[in-house]
Design a binder for this molecule. Sequence first.
Ligand SMILES: Cc1cc2nc3c(=O)[nH]c(=O)nc-3n(C[C@H](O)[C@H](O)[C@H](O)COP(=O)(O)OP(=O)(O)OC[C@H]3O[C@@H](n4cnc5c(N)ncnc54)[C@H](O)[C@@H]3O)c2cc1C
Length: 317
Amino acid sequence: MSTVLVVLDHLDGAVTKPSLETLTAARQYGAPVAVALGAGAEGAAAAAGEYGAARLVTVTDAELDQSLVAPRVDAVAQIAAEVDAALVLLPAGITAAEVAGRLAVRLDAALITDAVAIGGSLGAVTTSQSVFAGNWTTESEVTGTAVVTLKANSVPAEPDPVTAEVTAATISYAGGSALARITASEAKRETGRPDLGGARIVVSGGRGTDGNFAEVEALADALGAAVGASRAAVDAGWYPHAYQVGQTGKTVSPQLYVAAGISGAIQHRAGMQTSKEVLVVNTDPEAPIFALADLGVVGDLHTVLPAVTEQVKQINR
Ligand SMILES: Cc1cc2nc3c(=O)[nH]c(=O)nc-3n(C[C@H](O)[C@H](O)[C@H](O)COP(=O)(O)OP(=O)(O)OC[C@H]3O[C@@H](n4cnc5c(N)ncnc54)[C@H](O)[C@@H]3O)c2cc1C
């Protein structure tokens, strides 16, 4: 067992930034083999090669786009066996966690989800995870084959160009894999902002916005950031659920997280505790979120955010 297999996320061949980070992390074990699934998978070849994958295996069968996760597991499990993978790495996410769990069962492998660091060697992979709302860091060592999902922004994406040899795989799908079929899907409204899950900067608003997200969005746009929201803001109907950060929303791990008008309930912290730097703006100096702050401002977000936005715009000019 001497190969690391990286499952790339892509949209019609456009590979996501967390996938490039995962490829970068995979290179510590040798030249990775990448796999891209679904329509447009061949389009991932340039990015795979740019980030060091000597080989890209593609699967473009209709089963992958028409069904939920089961056919993806069939495809990755078969390719992992063919390349004798000792480690399968996926960029973390809800679908990735489901694929990874099923894959680990198929491959009789250990499963680690939401790793924030990965090291060791093939056959003895080590990982770090941040657990219990960031209050504990868990170090693990896997003996044997490992399936690991790596959180966005855990490592910087660094190119190491090679020419990726592209091969198309023929997959034998299990009988029951396509029983659950996607009957309709709707594209998310285009905001022009980065994807929340992989963004380098996230500006989130909570109940303290009092329903006015204009200042949160303005700062996000000045910083090139994604917008997030607390559950209180989402439950009030002020922002869509797709932007909720926390235990029952998205998990983010940006370089900078701005929490504006958010108290810092444990369920919110569970979704942002691995952020590298945290900026808090809150009128209450006793708000629990200040415990996570690298920089805290006690003040009204409706005053503080526009002032910060103006400063950022001046720097960008
Ligand atoms: C099972 C379960 C799952 C949950 N999942 C999630 C989840 O995924 N994500 C999540 O966020 N929550 C989740 N929650 C809810 C969570 O417990 C909190 O209720 C929620 O996070 C509170 O949101 P908030 O901080 O915006 O509101 P609040 O707790 O009401 O805090 C508002 C903050 O804004 C400050 N403020 C008020 N006005 C201003 C102003 N003008 N300027 C600056 N600051 C101001 C206040 O001082 C206060 O600290 C979950 C709860 C449960 C039980």
